[in-house]
Ligand binder design. Structure first.
Ligand code: 4AD
Ligand code: MG
Length: 491
């Protein structure tokens, strides 16, 4: 076997080999990302991918081939005379082909290398009359309706490659800092956020569920012998782990049945939740800031081709904004100070849709005013009124506020929500009771405060909100492969 070209670009050696008998079948496929960097002109390469476009004349054809390994296409040059009519006809946008050819230096400005096709194999045709992704641009709304095909577009290829890289960055960040990845359950009998937005999980016959003597549904007959839901957060179980392993993070799907049809909400989204023993709110804020910056830096270092594409297509300030966030120290202020700024804005004539007063929950418009208009910088707001935050947050001495922290970002609003946790058993129990949290369901959570309790803190980063920021996309449905929103569970 003779090795005729090789490269180690994507971290895995993709060999281009040719066996003594010159059999084409024995040439190993090369990814386009590697071929585009290879300068081994004259080498035989074997590529497989999907036709993006085809142009040319009666003598020569040019195929733009993409295999998903990079946003860039490789140009395949086809000498029309040497190929059968049947093959040529099948090379249309969307078709899947394999090409054996010679890597040559390209005379064109667009690319360094191109492939002179010697053999073409058609794996799958795509009838131009039926294939929905034609060369003309499509709206993002239309592409959502064909989510099974949209990964084949430049835009969604870029987004999903970035999504992968962000997941890698997240694991690396925590691993490098000695955090342990801890898996928390998806099906749960408790409600972490207590906001009553859970999807029920049941095997009961919904048409005729068994009733108990009082006429209520008899959950003893249900699969788990009690009512269960899809989790809204892994935090409560994450806290248990932090009390043993010291520093953990979760990274998994979470579910919220909130009926908010906004560009920032999904019914199924992914959340990253670190939880750290002995961290107080200041350290929690620093961890959140370091974490986001690490992810943004990773994107700039590893996904520039894709980010540049999105910058040019959708958001001309994207790259600038990413570098900007890296340079800034996030502004830290209390909710009370934030409300003061918003009230001053109203006094000066700024109109908000939702009312601003101490005690009110902040809407995205308020968060974005603070970040985009007032500070022009990411903001961490702390010490919110206890009435608008969850039962588990550490209570401040003023009796009115809790040690909550929300990280607010340009274009997004809230990207992270977290807090120092109440570590005092009696205070925690009292607050849970005041907020009507069914304490019998969380006896195990309360137990951690009975046995070796410790100060601790954590937060949750919405993965898709991070992706909105890093990709510059405006709608959260466009940064997850198959979005789940009210009335939408197709694909
Ligand atoms: O602020 P949230 O509700 O906090 C928690 O769930 C805590 N238990 C986290 C913790 O302290 N461990 O949600 C955290 C983040 C939000 O800041 C937001 O980025 C994202 O999760 N998020 C959503 N993302 C998409 N769609 C939704 N419906 C979301 N709800 C929250
Ligand atoms: Mg929140």
């Amino acid at each position: 076997m003779k090795k005729i070209a090789g490269s180690l670009i994507t971290g895995y050696l993709f060999r281009i080999c040719q066996y003594e008998n010159n059999s084409m079948k024995t040439i190993i496929r090369t990814k386009i990302v590697d071929v585009l960097q290879c300068k081994d002109y004259g080498a035989t390469v074997h590529l497989k991918g999907w036709v993006r476009t085809r142009r040319g004349n009666k003598q020569v054809g040019f195929i733009a081939l993409n295999d998903g390994s990079t946003i860039k296409n490789v140009q395949i040059v086809v000498n029309i005379e040497t190929f059968a009519e049947k093959i040529l006809k099948a090379i249309t946008t969307g078709a899947c082909i394999g090409v054996n050819g010679i890597l040559t230096e390209s005379p064109g400005q667009e690319q360094n290398a191109e492939i002179q096709a010697k053999e073409i194999h058609i794996y799958g045709t795509a009838d131009p009359a039926a294939y929905p992704l034609q060369k003309k641009g499509h709206t993002l709304e239309f592409l959502r309706e064909i989510a099974h095909l949209r990964p084949r577009t430049n835009t969604f290829g870029a987004i999903f490659r970035i999504r992968h890289h962000m997941a890698i960055a997240i694991h690396r960040f925590f691993h490098e800092r000695g955090f342990f990845y801890f898996h928390t359950p998806i099906i749960t009998g408790s409600d972490c956020e207590g906001a009553g937005q859970m999807f029920q999980v049941t095997t009961l016959n919904l048409c005729d569920p068994k009733k108990d003597r009082n006429g209520s549904i008899d959950y003893a007959c249900d699969f788990f012998g009690k009512p269960t839901n899809l989790t809204v957060s892994g935090q409560l179980e994450g806290e248990l782990a932090a009390m043993a392993l010291g520093a953990i993070y979760t990274f998994g799907p979470t579910f919220r049945a909130e009926n908010s049809y906004t560009p920032r909400h999904l019914a199924e989204f992914w959340m990253i939740e670190p939880e750290v023993a002995f961290n107080e709110i200041e350290e929690n804020m620093q961890l959140a800031e370091d974490f986001i910056k690490y992810c943004v830096r990773w994107a700039l270092d590893n996904c520039m081709d894709d980010i540049e594409f999105l910058n040019n297509m959708f958001d001309k300030e994207l790259i600038e904004r990413l570098y900007f966030v890296l340079k800034q120290n996030f502004i830290r202020l209390t909710y009370t100070e934030g409300i003061q700024i918003l009230e001053d804005a109203v006094a000066k004539g700024h109109a908000f849709e939702f009312p601003v007063h101490w005690g009110a929950d902040l809407a995205a418009e308020h968060e974005r005013y603070l970040v985009e208009d007032h500070f022009k910088c990411p903001v961490i707001l702390t010490d919110y009124p206890k009435e608008i935050k969850s039962f588990y947050m550490k209570q401040n001495e003023d009796g009115k506020t809790v040690r909550a922290m929300d990280v607010l970002f340009p274009k997004i609003g809230e990207i992270i929500g977290g807090s120092q946790r109440e570590e005092d058993h009696d205070k925690l129990l009292k607050r849970a009771q005041e907020m009507d949290v069914p304490t019998k369901d969380i006896w195990w959570y309360l137990d951690t405060r009975r046995f070796g309790t410790a100060p601790h803190s954590g937060f949750g980063l919405g993965f898709e909100r991070l992706l909105l920021f890093v990709t510059g996309m405006a709608n959260i449905r466009d940064v997850i492969p198959f979005p789940r929103t009210p009335n939408n569970a197709e694909f």
